[in-house]
Each structure stands twice: as structure tokens, then as C-alpha cells.
Write a protein that binds this ligand. Structure first.
Ligand code: GLA
Ligand code: ZN
Length: 657
């Protein structure tokens, strides 16, 4: 198992390298990520390569049993690149190029930048192909910035549209350019849409798709070269969880596995259900285990810094990801830098380079991971429930949320958290996934609903699947035009409802909802309400004292041999979602958690190879006692587990069935 740190030997005198490598070895750290910002150190002037320093650093690390992941260094262009090829700098919406001196500032269509990127990638791959301790590659760093509005990008966008739509008639139709008299008569007339309140939403959606594709293409050019020299070495990239400017399914396609950067420690300690969800999404991008390429190691911040992870928290943050499928973990960063913008983004070591508390905690965690490795081999999270996670809906909602508070991730998290509290693992899947392998599909805010997807969801329910979806689902087609149908469109029969009207609920106004069994109780509807007419569905919760007395807010409907749930509003109380998910779980025959969980304690299970490993994670600052079934082994003590276990604050238990 690989556990390590992001390391920048180029920031420290050579005399220190041996100390660093020794301290890593003593802590059980066996891998580093190197060189993602070191382009100019490897190519100080165009075409002259200087890899000797990195050879030496690799050798020092190798002697201490530390392996390396090398990066293509294209996230920061050398100053000479900006000077010689000013067109490589991205153009902003005001028509001015970004001033060189930060990072992620290149245009992705610039021919010069693409050639220079391919050249340094090939030079590195060729030079390091026989280095004994290179075990993997990372492409670039955190793809997603910047968007460029230069003429080359505009021409490529027009070409991309021509390939997608074929004729101008089709483009004019797909974008609805009859509106405001926006018909275009030549491809050259198509502008680059700038995201603002008056831009055409269909144009914006294609622009986002195009921008995503540009990044994927840029990465693919590098991957192709790396594979020539490193056919058996993994290639990954550091994704950013719920960052959603790119279609991450596409970006993951050319990679062997996904990695991501996890920084959940900010304000007061809290239950990190969002980090759990992001881990699940990262696993879902390729349907396999992933790595953490940057894991919280200390207080972070570029100007002012946030909270220091409290004792036990560095370990808890790491274990949570292990529990969700992270098979390799790397802390960002090894030693806190004394120079530049990230002087306050703290590593395991402080500025002083001493192996203190944070280092000790990482060392303890690494030691435990190595002992756990054989038990985890061949295991992953195997869920019976999947969330559809759809980038195109996220984008469309970003341009037009419909109701002001509509936020895709907030919607998703309302349902996700109910599963999380119930101790039930879930997967994330793209809208193209095979739904039939899941007992239930949760599709919050599935705003863009092409007919083919609606038909597949319908068939899924008809043949016994359980579908839950909610407000603003199915409003748009794939070109971001509103469907000319009564909502919920092609899902009307599945859900047994018609939504002829709807409304935003302003500000902090709330309306009372009365739930009936299984949702018995009183709740508060906020932000938005569908005006639902049941067409066969049964009402689980209804509005009272409202302009439409007894109007349904949540429904359940048997269709074929399956069931469709619908929630037509946003409910303030988490208890509403807990009750709803509890009912859905029974309807879908999803197995309940094997352990009853106190508030703030998370359960995640990895299975495979005939093994079952249960992780208990205490996100609270109090001790928590959890009752356990018989027959478990506590893998951290090596002893049979008792029928109850007490987790210290931020404590973790790993139990094998
Ligand atoms: C990102 C980057 C790192 C570093 C950290 C902390 O995750 O990938 O290079 O900048 O943030 O700021
Ligand atoms: Zn450009």
C-alpha cells in the first residue's frame, strides 16, 4: 500500500534531502509526488533539459525505499514561454491576456502551448523511463482553469459546433436562436458566450461541454506520450471532488485510476459527509478505487489560514477516504514552504522541518495502513443504491437555477446525508450507467433529461427498480431548451403525477407540510413548490394552510413492478429525508446497516475476495460507544472485538467480519 507526501525537493537545499527521505522512511511513508510545478527547473530555456537534480532527488528517495509519482509540469508555464509565445496566455473576457506569474494561466487551444506541453512530456518520459522508483504519473495539476476567450478558442469552438451539429439550421434550432432574433448565418458569426444573465443558456451549455473537451484533449495528448514509455505504469490526475467545471467522467476515461485532493478541515469540526460523498463520486468516475493525491496535513490558506486539524483529525480525515475506497494516500505537503503564495498552507512538518505532532500522527496512520493492507486487498465499497451525478444538469442549473436557492450539490447532499446517517453506502454513476445492477436510483435535480434517459428510467422502474427524484427534474432537453410538455414530462406515468404549475418561495418564508405514515410528522417546505396533481400516486406529505390546501409535496407511485418517489419541494428538517429514505430502503429491499449508529458516527463497509471490513468513524469530539454484532475482529488491535466498542474523540475502528 502506498502512503506518502507531496514533496518539493527543489524548495530545499540538497543537504536536507537525505534527512527528509530518512524521516519519511521512519514514518512508513513510501511514496512522494514530485515536480508538478517544476517545468522551468527541467527546461530552463526552450529545448534545453536539466533533469539531473530530479535524478539525484529520486536516487536519495530510492535509497530510503521511497517511490515516486512524477507529474507533467504543465500547470505553470515557464516565464520564457509567456515571453516568446504570448498567445499561450489565456485571454480574459475583457480581451486582455492573463498576466504571467500565477499558475493555470494557459490557453488550451494554443498550438504553441500544446506543442511545448508534448515536448516536455516526451522529454521527461524518455529521461525517466528507467528510473527504478517511478511508479506512476500525474497529468498536470487540478485541470479546470482558466477559461480562455481568445480568437483561437473561438475558431475551435466554431469547428467543434460544426462537427456536433453539421448544419447551421440545426445549430439555430438547437440553440433556439429565433429568440431575440439571434439566428446566425455563418459559423464565423458564432460568438464565445460569456456566462452572465443575458447569455443564451443553450450556447453556454455547449461552451461548457467544449471547454471540458479541450481539457480532456490536452490531457489525452500527454497520456498518449507517457504510455509509449511507461506502458505498465499507472497514470492519474488529481481531481477536486465536487468541482464541476469539467465533465470528470470524460477526464477520467484515459486514466488508470482517479485521484483527488481532499481538504475538509475548515471551520469548527463537523461531520464530513460532503467529503464522504466526494470520495464516493471519485470512486464512481471509473467505478473503481481511487487515491488521495493531496490530503489535509495542517492548517491551509493562501493569505490567512484555517483551523489546525486537532489531535486525531488528520488520521480521521485519512481513514474516511480509506473507508470509501482510497487505496493510496498522499498528504499535502511534506514541509511547509518558506516562500511564495502557499507559505501558510501547512504540511506535516512546519517551517522548521521538525518531525512534530502532525508528522507523528501521519506516521501512526501510515503504520496502521500497512498492517491493514492485506485485509483491504481486493475490497471496495459495494452499494445497492446509486445516485445519478450529472454534469450537464449541474451546468444548466448554474446558468439558470430556476429558483434562487436551487443548488445541485445541496439537493444531492440532502438525500445523501440521510443514507449516511443510516449507515448505508451508495455509489455515484453517470446518467449513461446500467441502472439494473442497483436496487434504487436517486436522481436529485436531474434537470437535463433527454428522452432516451427518461425512457431508460421508465424501463428501470417498470421492471422493478425504485426511483427517487425531485423538483426541477426533467425541465430541459439535451440542448438546454425547455421540454414543451407538462412536467414531469416522460416520467409522468412512472411517478403518477402531473405538475401544471410551480412557484418559488421567497426568502425565509416556509410552509407547513403534514406528513402521513411513513412520513408522519410536521415539516417545513422552503424555497420552491411544485403544484402537484396526483394521477395515481399516493401522497406522503401535503401542504396545509396554503393557497392549494392538501396539495401533495411528496408522493409514491407503483409503476410496473417498481416504485417512483417524487419530492416537489425543499424540506428544512433532515428528519423528513431520514423517514423518506427509510421507507425507500424497505420498498427497494436494500439491506439495512449492520450496526446502529450514534449521531456523528459514520459506518462504511468495504467488501471483496470473501472479506468484509467495517469502518467506524467518530466525527465528534465526544467518546462514542457503539454496539457491535458478534464475531468481529478489531484489526487495529488484532483482538476479537467485544460486543461494544468505545471510540475516542475523532476515533476510528476497523473491524473484520
Ligand atoms: C491544490 C493544489 C496544490 C496546492 C493546494 C493548497 O489542491 O493542487 O498545488 O495549491 O491546493 O493550496
Ligand atoms: Zn484561447
Amino acid at each position: 500500500m502506498y502512503v506518502g507526501v507531496d514533496y518539493y525537493p527543489e524548495h530545499w537545499p540538497r543537504e536536507r534531502w537525505e534527512t527528509d527521505a530518512r524521516l519519511m522512511q521512519e514514518a512508513g511513508l513510501n511514496v512522494v509526488r514530485l515536480a508538478e510545478f517544476a517545468w522551468v527547473m527541467m527546461e530552463p530555456e526552450e529545448g534545453r533539459f536539466t533533469f539531473d537534480w530530479l535524478d539525484d532527488a529520486l536516487a536519495v528517495l530510492h535509497a530510503r525505499g521511497v517511490s515516486a509519482i512524477l507529474c507533467t509540469p504543465t500547470a505553470v508555464m515557464p516565464a520564457w514561454c509567456a515571453r516568446k509565445y504570448p498567445e499561450t496566455l489565456a485571454m480574459q473576457t475583457n480581451g486582455q491576456r492573463i498576466v504571467w506569474g500565477v499558475r493555470k494561466n494557459n490557453c488550451f487551444t494554443s498550438g504553441a502551448y500544446r506543442l511545448l506541453s508534448e515536448r516536455i512530456t516526451r522529454a521527461m518520459a524518455e529521461h525517466f523511463q528507467h528510473a527504478p522508483n517511478v511508479i506512476g504519473w500525474q497529468t498536470d495539476n487540478e485541470f479546470g482553469h482558466p477559461v480562455c476567450y481568445c480568437d483561437t478558442c473561438r475558431a475551435e469552438f466554431q469547428d467543434w459546433l460544426r462537427a456536433r451539429y453539421g448544419t447551421l439550421e440545426e445549430l439555430n434550432r438547437a440553440w433556439g436562436l429565433h429568440f431575440w432574433g439571434h439566428y446566425v448565418g455563418t459559423w464565423g458569426e458564432i460568438p464565445l458566450p460569456v456566462a452572465n444573465e443575458s447569455a443564451n443558456p443553450s450556447a453556454l451549455l455547449d461552451w461548457q461541454r467544449f471547454y471540458s473537451w479541450l481539457n480532456v484533449r490536452f490531457q489525452r495528448d500527454q497520456v498518449r506520450i507517457l504510455r509509449e514509455y511507461f506502458p505498465d505504469t499507472f497514470i492519474t490526475h488529481n481531481f477536486m471532488g465536487f468541482f464541476s467545471d469539467l465533465n470528470y467522467y470524460d477526464l477520467a476515461e484515459d486514466l488508470d485510476h482517479v485521484s483527488w485532493d481532499n481538504y475538509p478541515v475548515w471551520g469548527a469540526p463537523r461531520v464530513m459527509s460532503d467529503a464522504a460523498a466526494m470520495g464516493d463520486l471519485m470512486r464512481g468516475l471509473k467505478g473503481k478505487n481511487y487515491w488521495i493525491m493531496e490530503e489535509t496535513a495542517g492548517p491551509g490558506g493562501w493569505g490567512s489560514f484555517g483551523r489546525n486539524p486537532w489531535p486525531g483529525e488528520i488520521r480521521l480525515v485519512a481513514y474516511q477516504q480509506l473507508a470509501h475506497g482510497a487505496d493510496g494516500q498522499i498528504w499535502f505537503r511534506w514541509r511547509t514552504c518558506t516562500a511564495g503564495r502557499e507559505q501558510y498552507w501547512h504540511g506535516l512538518l512546519g517551517h522548521d522541518g521538525k518531525p512534530l505532532r502532525r508528522y507523528q500522527e501521519a506516521a501512526r496512520t501510515a503504520g496502521e495502513y500497512h498492517a491493514l493492507a492485506p485485509h483491504l486487498e481486493g475490497t471496495t465499497v459495494r452499494a445497492e443504491v446509486a445516485f445519478i451525478y450529472d454534469y450537464e444538469s449541474i451546468w444548466a442549473l448554474r446558468f439558470q437555477p430556476g429558483f434562487a436557492e436551487n443548488n445541485y450539490h445541496a439537493a444531492l447532499q440532502r438525500y445523501y446525508d440521510a443514507f449516511f446517517r443510516a449507515g448505508i453506502n451508495v455509489d455515484f454513476v453517470p446518467p449513461t450507467a446500467d441502472f439494473s445492477t442497483y436496487k434504487a436510483i436517486i436522481a436529485p435535480d436531474l434537470h437535463i433529461l433527454p428522452d432516451a434517459l427518461a425512457e431508460r428510467l421508465r424501463a428501470y422502474v417498470e421492471h422493478g427498480g425504485v426511483l427517487l427524484t425531485d423538483c426541477r427534474t426533467g425541465v430541459k432537453d439535451e440542448t438546454n431548451l425547455c421540454h414543451a410538455r407538462t412536467l414531469p414530462g416522460l416520467l409522468a406515468e412512472v411517478l403518477g403525477i402531473a405538475i401544471e404549475e410551480y412557484e418559488s418561495i421567497a426568502g425565509d418564508v416556509g410552509f407547513t407540510l403534514h406528513g402521513r405514515a411513513p412520513l408522519a410528522g410536521q415539516f417545513t417546505a422552503v424555497h420552491y413548490a411544485d403544484w402537484i396533481t396526483p394521477r395515481g400516486a399516493e401522497t406522503l406529505a401535503a401542504f396545509k394552510e396554503w393557497h392549494l390546501p392538501d396539495a401533495p409535496a411528496a408522493t409514491r407511485h407503483h409503476f410496473g413492478t417498481g416504485v417512483g418517489y417524487y419530492v416537489g419541494t425543499v424540506v428544512k428538517e433532515p428528519a423528513f429525508y431520514d423517514a423518506l429514505i427509510a421507507d425507500l430502503r424497505i420498498t427497494a429491499r436494500v439491506a439495512p446497516a449492520e450496526i446502529a449508529l450514534p449521531d456523528g458516527v459514520e459506518l462504511s463497509v468495504r467488501k471483496g475476495d470473501g472479506k468484509e471490513i467495517l469502518f467506524l468513524l467518530n466525527h465528534t469530539q465526544q467518546e462514542q460507544t457503539v454496539s457491535l454484532p458478534a464475531g468481529l475482529t478489531n484489526l487495529l488491535t488484532g483482538q476479537p472485538a467485544n460486543r461494544s466498542i468505545t471510540l475516542e474523540r475523532f476515533g476510528v475502528a476497523v473491524l473484520r467480519k
